[in-house]
Design a binder for this molecule. Structure first.
Ligand SMILES: Cc1cc2nc3c(=O)[nH]c(=O)nc-3n(C[C@H](O)[C@H](O)[C@H](O)COP(=O)(O)O)c2cc1C
Length: 180
């Protein structure tokens, strides 16, 4: 069976979506990788997925909730709809069949505001905690990427860092050199 990476992302203003695509681009040097917005993500991770990456914006020091997504909407956001965020998707996610829980590696990322980066809250860390509690193996610790303001922009250096992080995930997962 071919092995793939799946990146499930939530994004209000488009910044996390840009990071998700950069992570995918970095991963693609090692294995096929696709991004999917959280409202279209399957509730069972397909059997050929070897790496699941989950990313979303940090809202109120953690993963978003309906109320915080509604706040974002009032500010003119909404790449993914308010109804579902990574918190709800992870809660509804069904355990994959057979030994996939053991084989599947996971990791998480978030976007948050650069100027308050020393504050503890991180959607990625909250998502990772939930995944670990459910028995999934973290390939790496979670990662944060920084926006200048609530709506962005996200600097090119962060996009480049996300692509390098994606490549690092690919290297760790496959333990191998790039595909041609
Ligand atoms: C309601 C709300 C709450 C937020 N809370 C935090 C926060 O606690 N810490 C932080 O660093 N950024 C916070 N932010 C900023 C978001 O992290 C930022 O909007 C997000 O990274 C942008 O990603 P997106 O364009 O994919 O939505 C908040 C934004 C909103 C709309």
């Amino acid at each position: 069976m071919s092995e793939n990476a799946l990146i499930v992302y939530e994004s209000m203003f488009g910044n996390t979506e840009r990071i998700a695509r950069a992570v995918r681009d970095g991963l693609r040097a090692y294995l096929p990788a696709e991004t999917v917005p959280v409202n279209q993500a399957p509730d069972v991770v397909p059997a050929d997925v070897r790496l699941l990456v989950v990313g979303g914006p940090t809202h109120a020091f953690s993963m978003s909730r309906l109320s915080t997504r509604q706040d974002a909407w009032k500010q003119g956001g909404l790449v993914t709809p308010v109804e579902v965020g990574i918190r709800e998707w992870l809660a509804a996610m069904k355990q994959p069949a057979g030994d996939q829980v053991k084989r599947l590696q996971v990791t998480t990322f978030d976007t948050r505001i650069a100027r308050v980066r020393r504050l503890p809250g991180s959607a990625a860390r909250s998502a990772a905690k939930l995944l670990r509690r459910r028995g999934y193996q973290m390939l790496t610790t979670s990662e944060s990427f920084f926006v200048n303001e609530t709506t962005g922009p996200i600097r090119d250096v962060e996009i480049e860092r996300a692509e390098r992080w994606g490549a690092e995930l690919g290297r760790l997962l496959t333990g191998s050199a790039k595909v041609a």
